[in-house]
Design a protein around this ligand. Structure first.
Ligand SMILES: [Zn+2]
Length: 206
């Protein structure tokens, strides 16, 4: 009369053994760092670390240059000029943005991501990874190449820093004082295309 009880216990033991032999669920595949020109390569003069504010990334925020990017302008020279202007005119320690996307969709490292960026408007960019696309998107349309790099960079940052999708937005979502990133780029934030594509990349990587 004990036989069924024993066999139930043995069955449970076998199930436990079988479960322990199953492979652990695989960790999400880390999205690779998108190819980019590092700051040293475009001739950045690094800021004094003791003057920089460290932060933890909680948001990803899209910007545009807001000025016409003259065709044929060398990106390295644009970035060196932006860095010098930031120091001279704004008394900032470095370029305000962490990543900059060129007219052809090439990606450039700006301010070191471990340091908080800068803004001319009322929001506090501490905790924000700042991505700038060159050009004025009140006037021009973003290219698919630029949108793709925005998405790839955001997905990589979101995965690495555990930024939830609802904290991916644009400058004007945080500030009433700007139209940045320009209506033609903002459209892709507003209609959910950019954040939706970031979500797809994250889903595929998990
Ligand atoms: Zn902005």
């Amino acid at each position: 009369m004990n036989a069924p009880a024993i066999s139930a216990a043995r069955r449970r033991l076998l199930m436990l053994l079988a479960a322990s032999a199953l492979p652990l669920p695989s960790r999400a595949a880390a999205l690779p760092e998108p190819p980019m020109m590092k700051a040293a390569a475009w001739g950045s003069v690094p800021p004094p670390p003791e003057k920089m504010k460290r932060h933890t990334i909680t948001h990803i925020t899209l910007h545009h240059q807001g000025e016409t990017f003259k065709p044929g302008t060398d990106m390295a020279s644009y970035l060196r000029t932006l860095q010098a202007w930031s120091r001279r005119e704004r008394h900032w320690q470095d370029i305000p943005y962490h990543y900059i996307i060129g007219p052809d969709g090439a990606l450039y490292e700006g301010r070191d991501l471990q340091y908080a960026g800068e803004t001319n408007t009322e929001y506090d960019p501490t905790g924000h990874a700042l991505i700038e696309v060159v050009g004025n998107f009140e006037e021009i349309e973003p290219t698919q190449a630029q949108l793709d790099v925005v998405i790839t960079t955001m997905a990589w940052l979101a995965q690495r820093h555990n930024v939830p999708l609802h904290r991916i937005a644009s400058h004007r979502d945080h500030s009433a004082q700007t139209v940045c990133p320009g209506r033609n780029l903002y459209r892709y934030i507003q209609n959910g295309y950019i954040v939706g594509q970031v979500g797809e990349r994250l889903k595929r990587a998990s």
